[in-house]
Write a protein that binds this ligand. Sequence first.
Ligand code: DAK
Length: 257
Amino acid sequence: MEFIKVNKQHEKFIALIELNRPKELNALNRELMLEIRDTLRELDEDDTVRVIILTGGQKVFAAGADIKQMATATAIDMLNIDQFSTWDQIKKTKKPIIAAVSGFALGGGCELAMTCDMIVASDTAKFGQPEIKIGTMPGAGGTQRLTRAVGKVMAMELVLTGRFISAEEALSAGLINKIVPAELLLDETLKLARLIAAQSPVAVKLAKEAVNNTFNSTLDEGLIFERKNFYLTFASEDQKEGMAAFVEKRVPVFKGK
Ligand code: DAK
């Protein structure tokens, strides 16, 4: 990998992906996005991985898609490159992904964080959709995911003005899970990852799918979907183990089966 660092077993069950274009503030060029896509696909199929952390490190998450790479592209170039299929593939990852965000998460960087399932941010994090300032608009889900996370009026303001928000503002708006000191970003994200990694991987996968389904369905459709996934957990050894362990007053050992 040229633009990301991957540690499949950063610790037991937890993989770490680190964006690695520091000089360009981790600007998301097409090659980097393909590396993320391929890595997530591989980690999704790896039984030794239960949770994935995606970070840019302590200084910057990502300052957006690579403007230099896009600057002279025509609409047809963009159509033919079809970057959306890369982003769509990332969205299909079945295992939970936690974004650990420090510094700028702008444009495509903010969209990438929002494509993840949870966001732990450092006190230096700044989120924004500044595409409007370069004559375009969010194209990788920014208008949709931001609006669902923070509501219409705030999303409208951020998308139309390009204003950045601090971690505090992001927390109170519901965009992120929590704020931690920058030097503890990875440690604190790992704490969250461990809580999830200790659960049944089967139930985690089905629950993630059901929560995400909220955005594509009415309440009744979502409830039917949830019910089917709920029943499905009863086909797993993990559900038998989890409930038996509760009754026997011991810690369950989940196998993802
Ligand atoms: N692209 C390319 N290079 C970037 C970059 C970016 N987004 N952001 C920063 N850099 C580069 C700078 O050009 C500079 O390079 P050199 O000049 O040293 O060669 C280096 O990183 C350091 O940046 P600065 O010197 O500007 O650093 P400052 O601390 O002064 O400012 C900043 C930091 C983050 C405020 C500033 O760099 C900035 O405003 N950056 C651009 C932020 C932005 O507009 N982001 C949105 C980009 S548009 C799509 C999917 C996604 C997207 C589109 C399509 N499809 C699936 C089709 C997303 C679009 C976007 O994200």
